[in-house]
Design a protein. Structure first.
Length: 92
């Protein structure tokens, strides 16, 4: 799970061009949105894209997204529970 958490942090940094942020700077259990990492609704679309592209996961319900995007740890747990094989995606 630790490898997946680090991978998610790295993808967030790359996906949102957080040039001065390292994976260690992102708190694993802090909220991704609002006061935590500070992501917004536009960023949520990029996270959905990452899930679809890299893990074969499609989120169609707001309630599911809210739980999955609660924190990096919640996102990692969601990926482990819902991951589908996808060509070219990573499988940590």
């Amino acid at each position: 799970m630790d490898n997946l958490i680090h991978e998610i942090k790295t993808k967030i940094i790359a996906g949102f061009s957080l040039e001065k942020v390292t994976p260690q700077d992102i708190q694993t259990d802090a909220p991704l949105f609002g006061a935590g990492l500070g992501l917004d609704s536009i960023d949520a679309l990029e996270l959905v894209s990452i899930l679809e592209r890299d893990y074969g996961i499609v989120i169609q319900e707001r309630g599911v997204a809210d739980k999955a995007f609660a924190s990096v740890r919640a996102l990692a747990q969601f990926i482990v529970a819902n991951r589908q094989p996808c060509p070219g995606g990573t499988q940590s």
